[in-house]
Design a protein around this ligand. Structure first.
Ligand SMILES: Cc1cc2nc3c(=O)[nH]c(=O)nc-3n(C[C@H](O)[C@H](O)[C@H](O)COP(=O)(O)O)c2cc1C
Length: 216
């Protein structure tokens, strides 16, 4: 039979010393008592220990909600996400704010139309003060523009080092899906970033809060 310490040796976790201690105890107990039932009982306790250690460590992750919003819809769900998972909030701010004329998608030469047509467009950020280094998980929220994320999200992704981070997109829209924007982001920024499946949060704060708790 495989020993619990052998099981332990397969576990790679920052809190694994606690698990190792429990595994050693269980092995010793089962050898001394030579009882299959006791071994199974202790194994169950060990599994519960591991589950609680993992859930404590999930809660202790440092989480940031970074979002871009021009007319407030994404901002309000970003706030709900941050509150639900006790995350810090960071507003992605363009150096040059978007006017309503800039946002006119019916105008072929409005700023947003021109930016979204140009895959190399990278609107400048007002600052680079997001302390991405300090976080394990970064939610990134944006409105869907022309079926994609606004190109300032590309600027943001390229302004910081997301190496080893978990990134979770969310969006609001007039009805379009988030899927295309997610696909494009994952294609462009695929080096050592752990992308989790994103979510369109058009149903407001309650939907945003319950999704955020589940996805984390
Ligand atoms: C330039 C521009 C393009 C847009 N393109 C789309 C689109 O392709 N599909 C869609 O469903 N909504 C589109 N919308 C609507 C926004 O995604 C929606 O209103 C969003 O909730 C706005 O978020 P905000 O208030 O945080 O800026 C567009 C809005 C703008 C300004």
């Amino acid at each position: 039979m495989i020993s619990l310490q052998e099981i332990y040796s397969k576990i790679k976790h920052p809190l694994s010393e606690n698990i190792k201690f429990a595994a050693t105890k269980c092995d010793r107990y089962s050898i001394e008592n030579n009882s299959k039932n006791e071994f199974m009982k202790r194994l169950l306790v060990l599994i519960l220990c591991i589950a609680s250690v993992l859930s404590v460590s999930a809660q202790s992750k440092k989480v940031l909600v970074a979002y871009f919003s021009c007319t407030g819809t994404t901002e309000s769900v970003a706030k709900a996400v941050a509150q639900a998972v006790k995350a810090d909030l960071y507003k992605i701010t363009p150096l040059k704010p978007y006017t309503s004329a800039d946002l006119d998608w019916n105008n072929k030469s409005s700023r947003s139309t021109l930016e979204m047509k140009d895959s190399n467009s990278r609107p400048l950020l007002a600052n680079k003060k997001a302390n991405i280094k300090a976080y394990d998980v970064i939610f990134i929220g944006y409105p869907i523009w022309w079926g994609k994320c606004p190109t300032i999200i590309n600027t943001f992704m390229e302004a910081y080092d997301f190496n080893g981070k978990t990134v979770i997109p969310f969006a609001t829209s007039g009805g379009s899906s988030i899927l295309n924007s997610e696909k494009l982001l994952k294609q462009l920024y695929n080096k050592n970033i752990y992308w989790k499946q994103g979510m369109l949060l058009n149903d407001g704060a309650t939907q945003a809060a319950s999704w955020a708790k589940k996805i984390l």
